[in-house]
Design a protein around this ligand. Structure first.
Ligand code: GLN
Length: 489
């Protein structure tokens, strides 16, 4: 049954419905694939197939995601399961409730299973910041899968999941999707409830799906979206069919090409693939329009002020009293806090807490935090102005191919700059998707390149339609089920 692992979610469902195989077969196929491969990939921190099989036995395949197993990033609470956020400080912590997205997945018939590796508290671009293990890129196991949702992307690429959930604060869904050759969708801010997602930067975080096709991402978004009274930033919107624009061409679509997203220093081969993909969009009927997002150069700086400021506040709750790790035999309360946090957090998380505390401190608040908020408004206005002229933007997802494990861990600035094309979307609250747009041969191995489409706030239906049109036009060369061509598989 292991060939089941090649299927997309929609193919899987078609098979369930006509009785070719059952949800339990799908769970077993994933279990076998993980057993055979994950030793080399390291996507999963934990998985429980007994519970998944039990759920599969009673799955109702007529539901929108009936019987579909979906892997979960270790930052989203699932009742009774570990939720470590890739951090030692939460070692042994078990979630006392289901996040809203999990409750919604279950209501749609899906089977949430497994805990996927990530950069500690979602801080990173390579999944090397996990306190537990490194996740390897299935296309070349000497390379990173991207991050912070590296486990979620690698699992789909390595056929160890049909689809997964991740979170995106500055690119953590789109960038690993690009580097692993799968599809990753960051919904608009407010589209999906954050209740039960452990907060990194609350004004930027969104949960979204990884899958092998845009169609699958649309189905999963449909299941997890909706107003939630437990997250006051979730929006109350009329029900929407996110698949309404799938299967069309791009006639009448105006696509903006942001000139600031083709920078010196990006990998020339990535640029070439993205430019070819944009030409392909024109052949499908899109009108191409050059646009400018003039404040792009400030996005990384602004993000690393706002995200760290919010993180320093959000992570204050990990004090050794209520959750996870607790320092042994403290001499007093201060010693308890100090040692718990010194022992529990990794160096990147500490760096961000220190930076965030600094930019919020008296005397620096106006100079850094307040100013960053003002530039954030300018960045948002850049997008609003561009979207007056075009329906969506098209650009690279990442300036580079997957880089080698260890190559950037000691160079945080270089790591941060890799987020240059994804971060502004979070600052502006808009939606974005990365779809595979080709392979580049690097040291004898093919590595995927991602094409990013960015859409207006809450314009996911159109965004998904555009991404699907491009994807369908490449289906011959890059079938959606195409597995990573690694020697590891
Ligand atoms: N790489 C970015 C960071 O380290 C984005 C992370 C994310 O989206 N969670 O902050």
């Amino acid at each position: 049954m292991s060939d089941l692992t090649n299927l997309t979610v929609s193919e899987l469902q078609a098979g369930f419905r006509c009785g070719d195989f059952t949800p339990a077969d799908a769970v077993r196929a994933i279990e076998q694939q993980i057993a055979a491969n994950d030793g080399r990939i390291g996507a999963y921190l934990a998985r429980d197939f007994d519970a998944a099989l039990a759920a599969a036995e009673s799955a109702d395949v007529s539901l929108p995601l009936g019987g579909v197993p979906i892997g979960i990033k270790d930052v989203i609470n699932v009742l009774g399961e570990q939720c470590t956020c890739g951090s030692k400080i939460l070692a042994g912590y078990r979630a006392p409730y289901d996040a809203t997205v999990i409750a919604k997945l279950r209501a749609a018939g899906a089977i949430p299973f497994g805990r996927l590796n990530m950069d500690e508290f979602a801080m990173g671009s390579s999944t090397e910041n996990s306190a537990y293990q490194i996740t390897r890129n299935p296309w070349d196991t000497g390379r990173i899968p991207g991050g912070s949702s590296g486990g979620s992307a690698a699992a789909v690429a390595a056929r160890e999941a049909f689809a997964t959930l991740g979170s995106d604060t500055g690119g953590s869904i789109r960038q690993p999707a690009a580097l692993c050759g799968v599809v990753g969708l960051k919904p608009s801010y407010g589209r999906v409830s954050r209740y039960g997602l452990v907060a990194f930067a609350s004004s930027l975080d969104q949960i979204g799906p990884f899958a092998r096709s845009t169609r699958d991402c649309a189905a999963i978004l449909g299941a997890i979206t909706g107003k939630d009274h437990r997250d006051s930033t979730s929006l109350d919107l009329p029900p929407e069919d996110f698949s309404a624009r799938l299967g069309r061409d791009l006639t009448g679509i105006r696509l903006g090409i942001p000139k600031e997203y083709f920078v010196d220093g990006m990998d020339a081969r990535v640029r070439e693939k993205v430019e070819a993909a944009i030409r392909q969009c024109a052949e499908l009927g899109a009108e191409l329009v050059e646009v400018s997002l003039p404040h792009t150069e400030f996005a990384v700086g602004v993000y690393y002020i706002i995200a760290t400021a919010e993180a320093s506040a959000n992570l204050a709750r990990f004090d050794g009293v209520r959750y996870g790790h607790r320092a042994k035999a403290p001499s007093d309360l201060l010693d308890h806090y100090r040692r718990t946090r010194a022992e529990g957090f990794g160096s990147e998380v500490k760096r961000r807490i220190i930076l965030g505390t600094y930019v919020l401190s008296s005397g620096y608040y106006d100079a850094y935090y307040l100013r960053a908020q003002k530039v954030r408004t300018l960045i948002r206005q850049d997008f609003a102005a561009a979207f007056e002229k075009v329906d969506a933007l098209v650009c690279p997802t990442s300036p580079d191919l997957a880089f080698k494990i260890g190559e950037r861990v000691n160079d945080p600035l270089r790591m941060y700059l890799a987020d240059i094309f994804t971060i502004a979307a979070n600052l502006a609250g808009i939606c974005g998707i990365s779809v595979p747009c080709g392979l580049v041969e690097e040291q004898g191995k093919p590595l995927p390149v991602g094409l990013q489409f960015l859409g207006k706030p809450l314009d996911e239906t159109r965004l998904l339609g555009i991404a699907d049109a491009y994807e369908q036009s490449r289906a011959q060369e890059m079938p959606p089920g195409q597995p990573a061509q690694s020697e590891a598989l």
